[in-house]
Design a binder for this molecule. Structure first.
Ligand SMILES: Nc1ncnc2c1ncn2[C@@H]1O[C@H](COP(=O)(O)OP(=O)(O)OP(=O)(O)O)[C@@H](O)[C@H]1O
Length: 554
């Protein structure tokens, strides 16, 4: 350490010219004045201790290593919080277009990084799809302002739903006008009601006219979903809405055999049928149901349905339905069905797949602003951890949730059914009460597990991605990615189990990053967070409605 007695302004200039102040050292050095120096005039001498290596650097005129580093820290709340404070980023800092962010996860492929972590903090208290409702133009909007019958508004009030979310405000009027609609909006934004309200409204009106005409009853609406759990959930919402109008909702799911499918259609045909693709194809092949009077064909979680594992079934089903090309074809005798495609993720390339089976040009596309963005109202932590330590970290996180954060439910996601089983046994040994849900369970065992979890019988559900799609987990407070998700789409859906409309508000996501191949995904998520951009590779090729379409409607 060199000890120099210099004029303060000279030292200040020297340090500035060495670039030291910009690296953050400046504050520390400037504060290093002798006790009582506050009474000195600026030109009075002050003792400043300068480390030898710094003095050399100043003398040689070399720039400090951090000279070009961008200072991403401003006053106010932090967006990215790291163990290394230099890598923090303030919520108020916006990265330039060509600025490369320095990532906390940059060295995470190295074994020495185990134990490191960073957090993407929640910078908003409330979800954007709820907050935007307070915007001036929609300030006064309630369900009464939407073109649905009073009976439905009263049912909604009965279940404490009074103000529509943004996606409901945008979607319901378009569906009511008879358009084929593609609705792409973030998880938990209330998409189910966006399509169910117009469906039930139209079916109750149709039922009233049929009663007078004495028509034979046929299926009015088919809702296609990828899993039995989601079918049960959508059917439960539909039953709540339909009960008042005497409309019938039924579900048909796979894994229960043809006998069960025949039983479903033996008596009356339901007004609303919620089905999984496999079961619906079986029912159509055995001529159990008649879709000739169909008013709505809804495909929920549409991107999964156009996945190769489902797409051939979907094409088969679409051959049995008569989809309208324009709104006027949905009215009157011999009407055709409206097509509604709904989902929270529409990754790149989906447009091509969709256009092979339908005329995308005839669809009105409703795309939310935050589609494929990280949720700004949910805190998301990434922890680099050794495989052997994951179980201890999980135990710790669950304990923290129950003992210090006031309790709540947790979803623990694994990539494989075998991991769900293994983790289940380990948690059992640790005395953690939980339930398991994975796709390899027999249908009879699987039935009802999710409903039991939703009711609050148990607080921890260990599951695979079958619980990540569409399931409403309003009481979940913590999502743990025990295994890092394999894609951005999976991350969006898993994380989307918290921060939902009408759900607990301080939801959190904790992801364990273990393998080197997990790191790329984490780095892309961190980059998207720092840039406040949508996740890469998710640039959807579906488009918002053309202005001409909107003008003709208004
Ligand atoms: N207008 C509203 N006000 C308050 N809560 C609402 C409103 N609309 C829906 N909800 C509630 O929000 C929760 C999430 O709704 P829903 O399951 O429809 O979301 P989603 O957009 O389909 O999510 P995902 O993409 O995960 O399927 C449900 O519990 C629902 O009851």
């Amino acid at each position: 350490m060199q000890c120099a007695q210099v004029g303060r302004s000279a030292a200040w200039r020297a340090l500035c010219s060495g670039g030291l102040l910009r690296t953050g050292y400046g504050g520390a050095l400037a504060g290093c004045r002798p006790h009582g120096s506050s009474r000195q005039t600026p030109e009075e001498a002050a003792v400043i201790r300068i480390p030898r290596y710094m003095q050399k650097r100043v003398d040689s005129g070399k720039p400090s290593p951090g000279k070009n580093k961008v200072n991403t820290i401003k006053a106010g709340k932090l967006l990215i919080q790291s163990r290394n404070p230099e890598l923090n980023q303030s919520a108020g800092y916006v990265l330039g277009r060509f600025e490369q962010p320095v990532l906390c996860s940059r060295g995470w492929r190295h074994h020495k990084s185990f134990g490191d972590q960073f957090t993407i903090n929640n910078v908003r208290e409330v979800a954007p799809f709820v907050l935007e409702n307070r915007d001036e133009d929609v300030e006064q909007k309630t369900f009464k302002h939407l073109p649905i019958c009073r009976g439905l508004v009263e049912v909604l009030h009965g279940i404490n739903i009074t103000r529509p979310t943004t996606v409901q405000l945008q979607t319901i009027p378009k569906v009511m006008r008879g358009h084929n609609v593609l609705c792409a909006a973030e998880t938990g934004s209330g998409k189910t009601l966006s399509y169910l309200l117009p469906v039930v409204h139209r079916l109750q009106a149709r039922k009233a006219s049929e009663l007078h005409a004495g028509d034979r009853h046929k299926i009015g609406s088919v809702i296609l979903v990828p899993s039995r759990e989601l079918a049960e959930q959508v059917a439960a919402v539909s039953r709540t809405l339909c009960a008042r109008f005497g409309l019938l909702t039924r579900t048909v799911g796979g894994g229960r055999g043809v006998g069960h499918i025949k039983m479903v259609f033996k008596r009356d045909q339901p007004d609303v049928l919620v089905a999984t693709p496999g079961a619906l194809v079986k029912a159509l092949r055995r001529r159990c149901l008649d879709l000739s009077e169909l008013s709505f064909f809804v495909v929920d979680e549409a991107d999964t349905m156009f996945d190769p594992s489902f797409s051939h079934m979907l094409e088969d089903i679409l051959r049995h339905t008569n989809i309208a090309g324009e709104p006027k074809e949905t009215q009157g005798l011999g009407h055709k069905a409206q097509l509604l495609l709904v989902g929270a993720t529409f990754p790149g390339g989906i447009g091509d797949v969709l256009s092979q089976v339908m005329d995308l040009g005839s669809m009105v596309v409703i795309k939310s602003k935050m589609l494929h963005f990280l949720m700004p109202h949910v805190k998301q932590t990434f922890l680099k951890v050794k495989g052997a330590d994951k179980i201890l970290e999980l135990h710790q996180a669950l304990k923290l949730l129950q003992q210090e954060k006031g309790g709540g439910a947790a979803l623990v996601f694994c990539n494989k059914s075998a991991t769900v089983n293994w983790l289940g046994y380990s948690l059992e040994e640790m005395g953690v009460q939980h339930m398991r849900l994975q796709g390899e369970m027999p249908a009879a065992v699987r039935a009802g597990i999710f409903r039991t979890f939703q009711k609050g019988t148990v607080d921890v559900l260990v599951c695979t991605d079958i619980a990540s799609r569409g399931l409403d987990t309003s009481r979940v407070r913590l999502v743990v990615n025990y295994d890092c998700p394999e894609s951005h789409t999976d991350y969006i859906h898993r994380a989307g189990r918290v921060g939902r409309a009408g759900g607990v508000q301080d939801g959190e996501v904790l992801s364990f990053v273990c393998h080197p191949w997990d790191v790329e995904l984490v780095q892309k998520i961190e980059t998207a967070a720092r840039r406040r951009a949508s996740l890469p590779g998710m640039e959807t090729d579906i488009h918002e409605p053309k202005p001409t379409t909107l003008l003709t409607e208004q």
